[in-house]
Ligand binder design. Structure first.
Ligand SMILES: *[C@@H]1O[C@H](CO)[C@@H](O)[C@H](O)[C@H]1NC(C)=O
Length: 196
């Protein structure tokens, strides 16, 4: 009787030790956690709000200081009525008013490419990198379709950084002026985004 009691005590103590060794191993592994649920407060996220931004986008493709340059095109681009296949890299100024010398609020940096053979339809993949006021250093990421000869185009905003973390929304683009001789354009943007 005494022997079996001792045996069970030893067994019990051993099990506890083995269990604690295993759980300490598990805890050690957890310090390299892969995923966990966190409170939005941990990232300083308060209530979600809707913001409206308004600015003008200057696409300068000719002259001594172009802000958008063709970086690639296909054999058929030159004969395509829609310029299908051309890829342009832009670093276009964003200003508060339609004049280029009005207040600079940021740059539109990225790519637009002619992605339609039936009309002039651009694939826009770029970031609005803001440099003014509280949004200085924050960005909005654009991934959308821009049929430039439509009166109003709706282009998706798929994310952002800085004050625009978790942003989503859309931009309404309206051509303000287009010079067919130079190809330069000024486009009015109204952007609506949900963010924190
Ligand atoms: C925006 O932030 C940069 C970097 O912190 C700073 O150098 C610049 O002066 C700021 N611009 C404005 C308009 O506040």
């Amino acid at each position: 009787m005494a022997t079996s009691k001792t045996f069970f005590s030893i067994f019990f103590i051993l099990s506890i030790s083995v269990f604690s060794i295993f759980s300490s191993l598990t805890v050690a592994e957890d310090s390299h956690f892969f995923h966990k649920t966190v409170s939005p407060k941990l990232l300083g996220l308060q209530k979600e709000k809707l913001s409206h931004l308004h600015f003008y986008f200057h696409d300068i493709v000719s002259g001594p200081k172009p802000t958008a340059v063709i970086v690639a095109q296909a054999q058929i681009t030159k004969t395509s009525p829609t310029g299908f296949g051309s890829v342009t890299m832009a670093d276009d100024p964003l200003t508060s008013g339609p004049e280029l010398d009005s207040k600079l609020v940021g740059k539109a940096q990225g790519i637009y490419a002619s992605a339609s053979q039936d009309e002039v339809g651009l694939l826009m993949v770029l970031n609005f990198a803001f440099t003014e006021g509280i949004y200085n250093g924050s960005t909005l990421s654009v991934l959308g379709r821009n049929t430039v000869f439509s009166a109003v185009r709706e282009i998706s905003i798929v994310g952002g950084s800085g004050l625009f973390k978790f942003a989503r929304g859309y931009a309404e683009a309206k051509t303000h002026t287009f010079d067919p001789k130079t190809g330069n354009a000024v486009v009015e943007y109204n952007v609506y985004v949900f963010h924190y």
